[in-house]
Write a protein that binds this ligand. Structure first.
Ligand code: TA6
Length: 297
């Protein structure tokens, strides 16, 4: 993308710049006093959000491969149109949206914050992996909350079914000392042992964790006594939630995650996956949203 040319077509907003980010990748940076935020066009990917009175909320790996064929490790990867692996030659894990180059659509003031809107449209390359026409829009509002709306529109002539996730990585003091509240009494598939059971009480972490909660619309909270904060995640039109931490062994196998970084991250993912897939007829749209707030405890 030619930033200087594009730049002229966007309203100039105080504290917002179009930058050449890591790996020379184009990104939008928000920096207004203590409020910070960043979106990469690679994957339509939010990599940072820091509200005025708190430290950085999102985790970003110091070992990320800043390379157009890889997903950024951390922040908020967008998984679409499938989640997890797909049994099809050349089909990337978690879909292709997180490794495509998105377009910048809009930057504007929005309710005291900054709205950055990016989009991705089907093309010949996407149709080789998934034979449908779509427009994907990620509307991100950086303010004292972080609001992200992912809109999928069926622009083709055939109905389609898809999975989606805002696969958010959160910065925590120490994963062994946090608790996650808001998913009690929900059915959960434990991907480590393949069993489905009912969650009782808060989630705590003692080993590799990969959990898929179904039919969950409630707010979720990360209670972090070390960082003395509570992160609240509220979801719109999302029926599944995934909780993930790779723990030590899996982290060592991931080249884009430092050997100890797993201890200071946790993923709480707003999704529609598996039993909760979304169906769209031609011309229809679906919006899935996440709003994040942080408070001291
Ligand atoms: O959301 C959890 C998960 O699906 C895990 O199974 C895990 O492997 C993870 O996502 C990360 O996937 P990635 O392709 O980004 O390495």
């Amino acid at each position: 993308m030619d930033w200087p040319q594009k730049q002229n077509s966007f309203e100039r907003i105080e504290g917002v710049s179009l930058i050449e980010g890591n790996g020379g990748m184009p990104a939008v940076r928000v920096s207004r006093n203590e409020l910070k935020g960043e979106v990469y066009l690679h994957g339509g990917h939010v990599t940072s959000w820091k509200p005025t009175h708190a430290e950085e909320v999102l985790f970003l790996s110091g070992h990320t491969n800043w390379n157009s064929s890889k997903a950024i490790r951390g922040g908020v990867p967008i998984c679409f149109p499938w989640f997890g692996p797909k049994d099809q030659p050349g089909a990337p894990q978690h879909g292709f949206a997180r490794i495509r180059e998105w377009q910048l659509e809009r930057i504007s003031e929005e309710g005291g914050g900054v709205l950055v809107e990016v989009s991705d449209r089907s093309d010949e390359q996407s149709r080789q992996l998934w034979p449908f026409d779509y427009v994907l829009t990620h509307r991100v509002i950086f303010g004292e909350t972080l609001k992200m709306e992912l809109v999928v529109r069926n622009t083709g002539t055939k109905p389609f079914v898809f999975e989606e996730a805002q696969h958010s990585y959160f910065q925590v003091g120490k994963v062994q000392e946090i608790a996650i509240d808001g998913l009690s009494n929900r059915y959960v598939l434990n991907k480590i042992d393949g069993k489905t059971r009912k969650q009782h009480g808060k989630i705590t972490f003692q080993a590799e964790t990969d959990l898929v909660y179904f039919d969950t619309a409630d707010n979720i909270a990360i209670i972090d006594l070390l960082l003395k904060r509570r992160i609240t995640i509220s979801k719109t039109n999302s029926k599944s939630t995934v909780i993930w931490n790779p723990w030590s062994e899996k982290a060592r196998a991931l080249s884009d995650l430092g050997d100890d970084e797993w201890q200071t991250m946790v993923c709480v993912e707003t999704c529609n996956i598996r039993n909760n897939v979304v169906r769209l007829a031609p011309g229809e749209s679906h919006m899935m949203g996440t709003e994040i707030t942080v408070a001291s405890i």
